[in-house]
Design a protein around this ligand. Structure first.
Ligand code: MHO
Length: 211
């Protein structure tokens, strides 16, 4: 059901990764997401001891549908602690670029965003290094609150990091996305009716709320 589409990766730190997983997951053109620890040097980070790593989201996206610029717009506008607040590395503002294009676009936009705010941003820009997936219970955290959906769709721990339907439903259930986009995805991904109507209620209830 889920097609192989050529994709690119983007990696961002912008606060607690549960929220970011939901924010990006249901955006058109986002194919898959996973959360984890990256950007630091501590070997084998885990949630309780991530050392100098940051909570990040890793996004697989179809650049024909959503651009790196589009993703960055979501990045600039959805930080848990803002772009100029000093915060521990766990929640820092971080862009880990995957190629020279991404680096160039991010550098340019950091200047633009700093200009808009007339303040120096604390956002750090660095090349993407090793990414350590977070523990299973952190993946698609909003969706996992509804264990029966995870069970009915047979979303194994691996699928929680690799399946499009997991990413989409995790976003929609948290209230991210339009009803129109939701209806299209539900059809395209053949989501069973019982699950679709349950998620739709949550989409409408949680729309515009905090993630
Ligand atoms: N304030 C959140 C942070 C979790 S996030 C994975 C909590 O409930 O612990 O850092």
């Amino acid at each position: 059901l889920e097609q192989e589409v050529p994709f690119k990766k983007a990696t961002f730190g912008m606060g607690c990764f549960w929220a970011n997983d939901a924010l990006f997951g249901s955006q058109p053109g986002v194919l898959r997401t996973r959360v984890g620890y990256s950007g630091g040097t501590t070997p084998n980070p885990v949630y309780k001891s991530m050392g100098d790593h940051t909570e990040v989201i890793e996004i697989d996206y179809d650049p024909k549908v959503i651009t790196y610029h589009d993703l960055l717009q979501l990045f600039w506008n959805n930080h848990e602690y803002g772009l100029t607040t000093v915060i521990k590395r766990q929640y820092m503002s971080l862009i880990l670029y995957h190629d020279e294009d991404q680096k160039r676009i991010a550098e340019k936009e950091i200047k633009i965003e700093a200009g808009k705010r007339n303040e120096k941003l604390l956002t750090e820009l660095a090349p993407a290094g090793p990414f350590y997936p977070a523990e299973d219970y952190h993946q698609k955290y909003r969706l996992q609150k509804h264990g029966w959906i995870v069970e009915e769709l047979n979303l194994t721990p691996e699928l929680l990091q690799t399946s499009e339907v997991a990413a989409k439903l995790n976003g929609y259930i948290a209230g991210v996305g339009t009803q129109d986009q939701f209806e299209k995805d539900i059809k395209r991904l053949a989501v069973p009716e019982k699950i679709a109507s349950f998620v739709k209620i949550h989409l409408l209830e949680n729309a515009g709320g905090s993630l």
